[in-house]
Design a protein around this ligand. Structure first.
Ligand code: HEM
Length: 410
């Protein structure tokens, strides 16, 4: 995209009416916004933030900037809609105390030890997928690899039987897809239907787990159920909707991390060669995963609502101001990152915001980093000469950045 075109889109920037050429490469538009109007008032009256320092300030101030979405989502989905109940009950879209209760229960099952214990199973899963692609001489980076990993890992975390995992990805895409700024009636109906089906399924799973509890050190579902018994008082609705959220949260985001990384390497041969020499080096691989997360953040947008009048980046915001935090823009801010548009897999002191920041910072970040390190490292070692055989197909969404298909040969 030319700088003139980027400035033109930025000058009339409206998240609800993005032009088609925005999605392939939104970064020049974000750069123009950061320069022209870093705290931009959008036509619907909300605010769009693109500077790293401004995002950090908002994330830090959870007393002023609420994550509770009832005000925004009630008119969006309509009272009584399954999507409304789901999104307004999940911890990510709540403030303390519900947020704190659920987060504590989840974090208790995502300890360093529990995550380290997942590594052998993850390696075996990745190797099975690599074997299958080697037999075919290639395949699709997303369908055959990136999307097949998180569904199994998160399925294990909640103890979803293997045979039941088929619909999880479709439900997840439909429910998270309903967070896009504009929805067609078909998308809304699919999102609502997916919540209903997911809840019906989980009711059976939860009833079964109550009868046959798992190990609460590893099984998040058992922990959430026992939390109720131990006086944490999650209602049945809170329990079911937060299970849906965990299954969704770790799914598309991690798929996009792996898919975006392998597509980016195809465009940055020198970085690919450097990484290939370092696949056995855990520290180097971890640095690389963080740079992939910065460079093409899976989750590009976050939202908050100001509970009282305040100031961000020198701009006065009124009480009730709706704020969109553009993670994709903040992660390319030259005030924070040297040469921000360069993929530098050895980048040090990488304070990216791909996992957010503050009290809602991603609860699954260590798990996501592990998945990224193992999947990308083992893929690269196994297929050092892989090549994309066609241009990958983008998901075409502003919030979640990733590909739907990326055919390759190895
Ligand atoms: C590359 C992968 C991932 C990315 C980029 C990502 C990104 C994020 C971001 C940006 C937030 C903060 C939202 C906000 O502040 O409004 C978040 C929250 C969360 N993520 Fe992740 N995530 C990833 C993987 C995972 C995984 C694997 C899990 C599995 C357990 C997970 C579970 C959660 C949970 C439970 C929250 C809510 C935390 C809270 O509200 O306190 N995420 N994630």
């Amino acid at each position: 995209m030319s700088p003139e075109r980027a400035r033109e889109i930025a000058a009339s920037f409206d998240l609800r009416a993005l032009p088609a050429d925005f999605y392939a490469n939104p970064y020049p538009v974000y750069a123009a916004l950061r320069e022209q109007e870093p705290v931009r008032r959008m036509p619907d009256g909300s605010w769009f933030l693109t500077r790293h320092a401004d995002l950090v300030a908002v994330y830090r101030d959870a007393h002023c900037f609420s994550s509770d979405k009832k005000v925004e989502f009630t008119p969006k989905y309509g009272p009584g809609a399954p999507l409304l109940e789901h999104h307004t009950t999940s911890l990510v879209f709540n403030d303390p105390p519900l947020h704190t209760r659920v987060r504590k229960l989840i974090m208790g099952a995502l300890t360093r030890r529990a995550i380290a214990e997942m590594e052998p199973g993850l390696v075996a899963l990745v190797d099975r997928l690599l074997d299958a692609m080697a037999d075919k001489g290639g395949g699709d980076l997303i369908e055959d690899f990136a999307s097949a990993i998180p569904v199994e890992i998160i399925g294990n975390l909640l103890g979803v039987p293997h045979g039941d995992r088929g619909p999880l990805r479709g439900w997840s895409l439909a429910i998270l897809g309903a967070l896009e700024p504009r929805l067609t009636p078909q998308q809304e109906e699919l999102g609502n239907r997916s919540v209903r089906e997911f809840v019906d399924y989980l009711r059976i799973l939860v009833a079964d787990r109550r009868r046959h509890p798992g190990d609460p050190e590893h099984d998040v579902l058992t922990r959430l159920i026992q939390g109720e018994a131990a006086g944490e008082q999650l209602s049945e609705t809170e329990l079911l909707q937060n299970c849906i959220f965990i299954l969704n949260a770790g799914h598309e985001t991690t798929t996009n991390l792996i898919g975006n990384a392998l597509c980016a390497l195809a465009e940055w041969p020198q970085e690919k060669a450097k990484l290939l020499a370092a696949t056995g080096d855990e520290a180097a691989m971890t640095l690389a995963v963080d740079e992939f997360l910065r460079f093409e953040s899976s989750n590009q947008l976050g939202n908050r609502r100001a509970l009282h009048a305040c100031e961000v980046g020198g701009v006065a915001l009124p009480e009730g101001a709706l704020v969109t935090l553009c993670i994709g823009a903040a992660n390319r801010d030259p005030a924070q990152f040297a040469r921000p548009d360069v993929l530098d897999l050895g980048r040090q002191d990488n304070r990216h915001l791909a996992f957010g920041f503050g009290i809602h910072q991603c609860a699954g970040l260590s798990l996501a980093r592990l998945e990224g390190r193992i999947a990308i490292g083992r893929f690269l070692s196994r297929f050092p000469n892989y090549a994309l055989t066609e241009a990958p197909t983008r998901g075409g969404r502003a919030r979640f950045r990733g590909f739907l298909q990326a055919p390759f040969s190895c």
